[in-house]
Ligand binder design. Structure first.
Ligand code: KG4
Ligand code: ZN
Length: 341
């Protein structure tokens, strides 16, 4: 199967060509700079930017793969969840391609694609499920934070998710309070490397709660009050590094503890992680340490596949079609609120 995939659910315009589990090309055009000025993603601007970028991105994915449209056997796109105006661009474009080429189209759930992205590895990137194990999967980004039990390929159940802010949002909003540019996650990661994570104490919300839900808004508020009560702290670069390290430690401890707790509670011995925040070095280190201590296998998505991309959409679409999933009708609407079951 040679499949062209589109991803436009948020602020990344992406297209990829996948052939029998191998990623032949993956083109991503990020809109981060455009939205930075506003301190967050502006849906209307995201949609316009997708419209501008989609065709060049698709062209570059096809060129890099050395694939002509007449060689395509299927096309896929993120159908949900995501920003409605943004989803419309990629999903409707993919349905139009399927119509014109008379090939099947399949609409993919964005979160479900994240679930399987840690199994795409190597150089070139290939989906390898030969050592697949039932796992607890942490999906952690600017828009979502959830734990999912993946019992077998294409079979999963959501265990819990955030009841307020996502972990990435917590990085971005606390960073903004420190005066860092949007998105602050990568900058906090960088500054925290030279900071003392024990310098300041912040809450670890729900860390001992027996459930699998997360909550990060209390941590954000606590950082806000801390900065309000210690305004001169932001004049000292080392104190900012310490603050970054302390906030990062609080977020990472919660993510790691709850992932391990969910794996133990569900009797699985493998943890996987994906989504933009999985680029965070402290999170990668601490998950590795905790899984090592428990004797669990850890599969982290490759950094290039952590942030939103069409390659993971293509891999899941190909596996679904290979497992005889029904193609999605070409007039089917986007599903902005498509929750993973
Ligand atoms: O998956 P993603 O590209 O988009 C969605 O939100 O769906 O994730 C972006 C999020 C942002 O909140 C960003 O600050 C965070 O991932 N992020 C990081 C790092 N790299 C990206 N957070 C902490 N450390 C990082 N290295
Ligand atoms: Zn995502």
């Amino acid at each position: 199967m040679t499949l062209l995939a589109f991803e436009t659910s948020c602020d990344e315009t992406s297209a990829a060509v996948v052939h029998d589990g191998k990623i032949l090309s993956s083109a991503v055009s990020s809109q981060v700079k455009l939205h930075a000025e506003y301190g967050g993603v502006v849906p209307e601007l995201a949609a316009r930017e997708h419209l501008r970028n989609l065709i060049p991105v698709v062209q570059s994915a096809l060129n890099e793969a050395g694939v002509k449209t007449e060689h395509l056997t299927a096309v896929a796109a993120t159908q949900g969840a995501g920003l409605a105006t943004a989803l419309l661009v990629g999903c409707k474009a993919a349905q139009a391609v399927a119509f014109a080429l008379r090939i099947p189209f399949i609409g993919i759930n964005h979160h479900e694609a994240h679930l399987y992205s840690p199994w795409i590895r190597g150089e070139p990137l290939v989906a390898d499920f030969s050592d697949f194990q039932p796992n607890v999967s942490l999906i952690v980004s600017g828009g979502h934070t959830m734990l999912v039990l993946v019992q077998s390929e294409l079979k999963h159940r959501v265990l819990g998710s955030t009841i307020d802010d996502a972990a990435g949002e917590c990085f971005d909003k606390t960073g903004k309070l420190m005066g860092l540019a949007y998105p602050a996650g990568p900058e906090i990661d960088r500054l925290a490397e030279q900071g003392n994570a024990k310098a300041f104490d912040f809450p670890r919300p729900l860390i001992h709660d027996p459930g699998d839900d997360f909550s990060f808004s209390g941590l954000k508020t606590s950082v806000r009050y801390f900065i309000r009560d210690n305004p001169t702290l932001l004049n000292d670069p080392q104190k900012i590094r310490d603050l970054c390290a302390s906030v990062q430690r609080a977020i990472v401890e919660v993510l790691v503890a709850k992932s391990i707790h969910a794996a133990k509670g569900n009797g699985v011995r493998c943890v996987t992680a994906s989504g933009g925040v999985t680029c965070n070095r402290a999170l990668r280190r601490e998950l590795a340490r905790a899984c090592g201590q428990e004797g669990f296998t850890l599969r982290l998505a490759e950094k290039i596949l952590c942030t939103d991309n069409a390659a993971m959409i293509g891999i899941l679409a190909e596996r679904k079609l290979s497992a005889n999933a029904e193609p999605t009708p070409l007039d089917q609407e986007i599903m902005p609120g498509w929750v993973l079951a």
